[in-house]
Ligand binder design. Structure first.
Ligand SMILES: NC(=O)c1ccc[n+]([C@@H]2O[C@H](COP(=O)([O-])OP(=O)(O)OC[C@H]3O[C@@H](n4cnc5c(N)ncnc54)[C@H](OP(=O)(O)O)[C@@H]3O)[C@@H](O)[C@H]2O)c1
Length: 273
C-alpha cells in the first residue's frame, strides 16, 4: 500500500446495487475523486452505466482490480465468493486491504481462500445508503492498519451512519440493519392497505405514515425518552392508541419481530462461508 490516503486507489469487484450506492455516496460527498476508483463487473452494461454516471474507471477483470488497487471492495453476492477469491488468489499480497459487504462471509474464509492473511474489513450496509441515509456496521481484522480503517470508515460515513462492532456480531447485525428496511416497508404497506380498506386514498395514507415515521424517529433521537416511555405518552388508558397497541400486544407483535430477526440471522449463517 502506498503512503498517503490521498494516493490510495479504491477498487470494486461487482458493480451492482450496493457498489453503485457506495460509489455514488463517496463521489458525491467529495471524499474521493472518481479517477481513483476502478470497477469491474462481468456485465459490461453495468460497468458502462457506472462510468457514465460517476466518471469512474473500468478495469479489465477482477484480477486487474486487485492488481491496481490498494483497497478492494468485494461487492458480489455471497454465492459468488468462492469463485471470485479463487480467481484473485495468485494476485494478492498482505499489502492489499479487502472490504467485504457480503452477508455471512467471514474474514477467516476470505484469508483462507486467498491463502493470504490480507487485512479484511467487513461491512453490512443497507439500501438507504443510496440516498446517503444508510446505516452501516463495520468490523475489522486485527491487521487492518489504523489509518486505512479510519479511511474506510469515512467512506461509509459519506453514505450515512457507521457503527463499529466485533466480527462475532456480524451475522446477527444483518437482521438489525441490512434487512430491516424491508420490515419498515412491510409496516408501511400494511398501514396503507388498512387505510384504503377504511376508505382513505392510498396517496394520503402514504404521506401521513411516511411523515409519521420520520417524526417518530426524530422523537426517538431527540426527546431523550425510551421507546416504552414514548408509547406510554401517546397511549391514554382506554383511549384510541391504547386500543391499537392492545391488539399488537394480544397478537404478540414483539415475538413476531423477534422470530423474524432470528430467522434472518439463521439464514445469514446458512448462506455464510
Ligand atoms: N442489496 C442489499 O440490500 C444489501 C445490503 C447489505 C449487503 N449487501 C451485500 O452486497 C453484495 C452485493 O449486493 P448487490 O445487491 O449489489 O448485488 P448485485 O446487484 O447482484 O451486484 C453484484 C454484481 O456483481 C457481479 N459479479 C458476480 N461475480 C463477479 C465477478 N467475479 N466479477 C465481476 N462481477 C461479478 C454480478 O453479476 P451476476 O448477476 O451475473 O452474478 C452482479 O452484476 C452482496 O454480497 C450482498 O449480500 C446487499
Amino acid at each position: 500500500m502506498v503512503l498517503g490516503a490521498e494516493d490510495w486507489k479504491i477498487g470494486f469487484i461487482g458493480g451492482g446495487n450496493m457498489a453503485g450506492a457506495i460509489i455514488g455516496g463517496v463521489t458525491s460527498c467529495g471524499k474521493i475523486s472518481p479517477h481513483r476508483i476502478f470497477v469491474y463487473d462481468r456485465h459490461s452494461e453495468k460497468l458502462d452505466s457506472l462510468k457514465q454516471k460517476y466518471g469512474v474507471n473500468s478495469a479489465e477483470s477482477d484480477v486487474d482490480v486487485a492488481k491496481i488497487c490498494d483497497i478492494i471492495f468485494l461487492a458480489v453476492k455471497p454465492q459468488n465468493f468462492t469463485d471470485l477469491l479463487r480467481s484473485l488468489k495468485h494476485t494478492v499480497t498482505e499489502k492489499k486491504v479487502f472490504v467485504s459487504i457480503a452477508a455471512g462471509i467471514s474474514s477467516e474464509f476470505i484469508a483462507k481462500s486467498l491463502s493470504c492473511r490480507c487485512p479484511v474489513v467487513r461491512a453490512m450496509p443497507n439500501t438507504p445508503l443510496l440516498l446517503g441515509k444508510g446505516a452501516t456496521a463495520v468490523s475489522k481484522t486485527e491487521n487492518v492498519p489504523r489509518d486505512v480503517f479510519v479511511f474506510i470508515r469515512s467512506l461509509f460515513e459519506c453514505c450515512g451512519t457507521v457503527s463499529v462492532i466485533d466480527e462475532s456480531q456480524m451475522d446477527a447485525i444483518v437482521s438489525v440493519g441490512g434487512s430491516s428496511p424491508a420490515y419498515v416497508y412491510l409496516f408501511v404497506k400494511s398501514v396503507i392497505d388498512s387505510a384504503v380498506g377504511q376508505g382513505i386514498d392510498s396517496g394520503t395514507a402514504f404521506d401521513i405514515i411516511c411523515q409519521t415515521i420520520c417524526g417518530s424517529v426524530e422523537m426517538l433521537k431527540k426527546s431523550g425518552r425510551t421507546p416504552e416511555e414514548l408509547i406510554k405518552m401517546v397511549s391514554t388508558k382506554g383511549g384510541t392508541t391504547a386500543a391499537a397497541v392492545d391488539v399488537f400486544k394480544k397478537e404478540h407483535f414483539e415475538d413476531i419481530i423477534d422470530d423474524a430477526m432470528k430467522a434472518c440471522t439463521a439464514r445469514t449463517k446458512e448462506l455464510g462461508l
